[in-house]
Design a protein around this ligand. Structure first.
Ligand code: SF4
Length: 286
């Protein structure tokens, strides 16, 4: 992993594409991702972004945006005005193109410093999207921030399976991520499991029962409609659909998402979100 220090101009990026109905801004404390060569990285949509890659292989580089907190402080008032001027709320998605709690966060502390800056000038809404149980190391800044703005942690748990055949292992085990959700919820932090992209689930009833026990809501997103291409074409260019089909051929069709959503809705009535609406915090469609 090539880790470098970088300076960012404006760390608050105005939302576009898939994120537009979800938030007003995204915020990436890092560029690149330490988990890019793990299971989630195989189908990760950022691996197709030439602007981010600049000729590099996904999962081999991490730029540490050391001045991210200072940049937030410098730009927050202007970006808040911009969001409010459009009639919406100032809502930040942290992060959409990197992992905010990679192993390097333990020493670099960029995400932590951004959260501390938000204490001084909070957004209206903060969505912390992670694949990492290391998010619990920041509970001491997350929980008090959740009393200053509408904050929820989105924990990605794509299935009850740790592995898909032929693909890399995950960056962390499913069980560790469930435990992190339980710790967040116990601390009073609103917690949502994002089953995204939805992988074949071995025992759907038990899986969603577990989700119901440790999260406030669940969001299901299939690679069809969820990977930023109209028909899942981006993901079809990766090894993910074939691995999914080897486990359960029905899982590569959109109907699989609707079938799983029905199971989730039975376990968590009114707390199931689908696709971008779910990421935006709108639940209630089974
Ligand atoms: S953690 Fe997120 S950004 Fe990083 S590889 Fe996995 S899906 Fe992509």
């Amino acid at each position: 992993m090539d880790v470098t220090i970088a300076q960012i101009g404006n760390v608050l990026t105005r939302a576009s594409g898939y994120l537009k109905p979800v938030c007003s801004h995204s915020l990436q404390p890092y560029r690149g991702c330490s988990f890019g060569r793990s299971l989630c990285g195989v189908g990760c949509y950022v691996r197709h972004n030439g602007h981010v890659l600049r000729g590099r292989e996904w999962g081999t580089f991490l730029e540490v945006r050391a001045n991210a907190a200072d940049s937030y402080r410098r730009h927050v008032d202007r970006e808040r005005r911009w969001a409010h001027g459009r009639g919406g709320c100032f809502s930040i998605f942290l992060s959409s193109a990197t992992e905010p709690f990679p192993p390097q966060e333990a020493s670099a502390g960029v995400t932590r410093s951004v959260l501390e800056a938000m204490h001084e000038s909070p957004p209206d809404e903060l969505i912390l999207q992670t694949h990492s149980p290391a998010v619990t190391r920041a509970i001491d800044v997350i929980e008090p921030l959740s009393r200053k703005c509408r904050l929820r942690v989105h924990m990605s748990i794509e299935s009850d399976r740790d592995r898909l055949p032929g693909l890399a292992p995950p960056a962390s085990r499913v069980e560790e991520r469930f435990e992190a959700c339980a710790a967040l919820k116990e601390a009073g932090v609103r917690t949502v499991v994002t089953v995204s992209p939805l992988f074949p689930i071995a025992d759907p009833e038990a899986f969603f029962e577990r989700v119901a026990a440790c999260a406030d809501a669940v969001v299901l997103d299939h690679f069809i409609g969820g990977d930023g291409s109209p028909d899942g074409g981006r993901t079809r260019r990766t090894a993910v659909p074939e691995a999914m089909a080897r486990v359960d051929p029905s899982s590569t069709a959109l109907e699989y998402r609707d079938r799983m959503a029905k199971v989730a809705e039975r376990r968590m009535p009114g707390r199931v979100g689908i696709g971008a609406a779910g990421f935006a915090g709108r639940y209630g469609r089974g």
